[in-house]
Design a protein around this ligand. Structure first.
Ligand code: SF4
Ligand code: SF4
Length: 125
């Protein structure tokens, strides 16, 4: 799905662990084998995991991780860490290197920091 990188992240990009990419709108689509891996990580069988932690993706062609009532990913912890870090989905691992939306990039503190360091200085005339 992400064989064609869409361009470089800003030089010096470093994740600030703000968790904003886990709070943005949209699906966290689960690909082949990911549901089984996540169910195993949590010690659940696949039907139980699917029932408790997934929903139908927006295009109705796959399953997505579900959300908490405030819209954050169901696995985002209060300290902005990921409860399923050891098996987190490919979509999560690929952001923002292999995919990103303008909206999510705009919410990303690491992206904004890197951009601000590389923006040309405005000198007074
Ligand atoms: S699975 Fe983890 S990394 Fe992916 S959106 Fe949820 S909390 Fe964030
Ligand atoms: S939004 Fe950007 S800086 Fe924040 S956790 Fe996600 S990748 Fe890291």
């Amino acid at each position: 799905m992400w064989n064609d990188p869409i361009g470089e992240v800003p030089p010096g990009f470093s994740c600030q662990r703000c968790g904003n990419c886990c709070r943005g709108p949209g699906d966290v689509v689960l690909f082949d084998g990911e549901i089984e891996a996540l169910a195993a990580l949590l010690g659940l069988d696949v039907p139980r995991f699917t029932e408790d932690y997934t929903r139908l993706a927006t295009d109705r062609r796959a399953l997505s991780l579900a959300e908490q009532p405030d819209g954050a990913c169901v696995f985002l912890l209060p300290d902005n860490t990921c409860r399923i870090q050891d098996a987190k989905p490919r979509q999560c691992r690929a952001f923002p290197y292999l995919w990103r939306s303008a909206r999510l990039a705009n919410m990303c503190r690491g992206w904004k920091n890197a951009e601000s360091r590389t923006s040309p200085l405005v000198t007074p005339s």
